[in-house]
Design a binder for this molecule. Structure first.
Ligand code: ASP
Length: 292
């Protein structure tokens, strides 16, 4: 099998002047993943390497550079899955530079799938993973500039009303899917969420089947409005459609159509067992990069 991978740096409507930098960040991450795959490494190692690189890119909304929640804290979500059904995920972890690394550690333990919050950070610290502030000056400024009365007072109903009106959304999750020389598939996704949201809000990214899914037939990483992707379990849905015999392109188009039906801004990257790579979105922009 010829190895291949594709990474994304999130869908949405970022400022025009940021588009080139977002593509460049994806290219660097694709190089990191490709160094693993082209050296005979596994799809799991490749998606982890690529997503760790994306988490280190301050322009993207994952790891360093994550958006802050309404209370001014960045809490991180990430997940990773291999085609053998093993998966790991972390939710709402503050101050962790590479949440996908902890998700991968959980996958390797093959016991619990998802860990959250302070306890997850404590484990990462024990394991020697890099910890510390992930909020960049520009994301702190962004939080301050958008700190309206609802967020300042943590007025939950008012925050919900504003969130529903918001367009364009703060997006920019990252992800990678890959197939290795042995034909194994894997997917990983990482995010700082939508920003200015309820403290503790969890989107699709750490939920296996929603933001990330992999089977021997297909692997998927989603980006977009997590609440919409969650209720449709979009990553799992795409894999099920491929399992039923639909092409990757058809399955992706259907998943995006199903997001359109519920006004979900969404994007995805996917790979199938034949090594085909595919990307789709219903937003004006999604940064990606490929290697094969
Ligand atoms: N899906 C992510 C979330 O809702 C956001 C994104 O894709 O940018 O947490």
């Amino acid at each position: 099998m010829k190895p291949a991978l594709i990474v994304h740096g999130g869908c949405g409507t970022p400022p025009k002047e940021e588009e080139a930098d977002r593509f460049a960040a994806c290219e660097r991450a694709a190089d990191a993943g490709w160094a693993v795959l082209s050296g005979g490494g596994s799809a799991l190692d490749a998606v982890e390497a690529a997503v760790r690189r994306l988490e280190d890119e301050p322009i993207l909304n994952a790891g360093t550079g994550a958006y802050l929640q309404a209370d001014g804290v960045a809490r991180l979500d990430a997940s990773i899955m291999g085609d053998d059904g093993r998966a790991g995920a972390v939710a709402q972890v503050p101050n962790l530079k590479n949440p996908v690394r902890l998700a991968r550690w959980l996958l390797e333990q093959d016991a619990h799938v998802m860990l959250s919050g302070r306890e997850a950070l404590e484990l990462a610290t024990r394991l020697g993973h890099a910890t510390g502030p992930v909020a960049t000056p520009s994301k702190i400024d962004y939080w301050r500039d958008h700190l309206d009365e609802a967020c300042r007072t943590l007025d939950y109903p008012a925050m919900a009303a504003l969130w529903k009106q918001e367009n364009p959304r703060r997006l920019g999750t990252v992800g990678c899917v890959a197939i290795d020389a042995a034909g194994r598939l894997a997917a990983a996704t990482s995010t700082g969420g939508t920003g200015q949201c309820y403290p503790g809000r969890i989107g699709d990214t750490p939920v296996i089947g929603a933001g990330t899914f992999a089977t021997p037939r297909a692997a998927v990483s989603m980006t977009g409005v997590g609440e919409r992707i969650l209720v449709r379990l979009s990553a799992r849905r795409l894999c099920d459609l491929v399992e039923l015999g639909r092409s990757l392109e058809d399955a992706a188009a259907q998943v995006i159509r199903e997001q359109d039906e519920i006004a979900g801004a969404a994007g995805l990257i996917a790979v199938d067992a034949d090594g085909r790579l595919h990307e789709a979105c219903n937003t004006p922009f999604m940064a990606t990069a490929r290697r094969s």
